[in-house]
Design a protein around this ligand. Sequence first.
Ligand SMILES: [Zn+2]
Ligand SMILES: [Zn+2]
Length: 264
Amino acid sequence: MAFRFCSLASGSSGNCQYIETEKVRILIDAGMSGKKIQQALELIEVDPKTINYILVTHEHSDHTKGVGILSRRFNLPIYANTNTWESMKKDIGKVKEENILTFKTEEHFEIADLGIEPFGIYHDAIEPVGYCIHYKNSKISLLTDTGCVDENIKKKIGNSDLLLIESNHNIEMVKTGRYPWPLKKRILGDLGHLSNEAAGEIISDVYTDDMKVVLLAHLSQENNFPELAYTTVSNIITESGIDLQKDVKLDMTYRHKPSKVYTL
Ligand SMILES: [Zn+2]
Ligand SMILES: [Zn+2]
């Protein structure tokens, strides 16, 4: 069997990604209510009781809202770095000591047959990470909630079979929108979120023949819409010489429903 991947939900209303292999089933973030996550899993015919671990990217509630609930309900161990644990502990409620697992950012670790590589990103959280998940010869990379990328991040997400990348906003919509200036500054800043344009440029930059699927994620409800994100990103990557008909599949994730299920 191969890797299976599904984005159960993505956006500021909640993030939760699902990865499965022969031996293990994990969630990356659990940023909705326990009930919503269970419903999303059932939609893709996964029994919530069969989940083995939750990995957390950072402490913001759109990534952690359901973490404690699911851990208590299904006795699930949770992985996060120590700083993230410190800052999310008060919000997620009581978790069994044995279910508190830690890793070091930039250090590889293993969960069953998965290789996990957490890498540092740029966001207004204590120690936010993106993840590369390895299984056999395949690799899935998850990069959201970062205001910018550096060479280390590009190196990490290179050679991915599936890349989930943030395409949060249209810069003009943020500038002319109704958000107060401090919030606009936060979104557009180096510790905020990636724009559609930035996503397009990063994908073009890191594209290799290995890349089969690119998913656009964490779209803003206020400052973006799916057609705009898709068109902007596809124009930029097509201009860089990538053929969306045959080189790579560009797809969307959704705020309130699961994406397609991808087998790699
Ligand atoms: Zn977020
Ligand atoms: Zn965040």
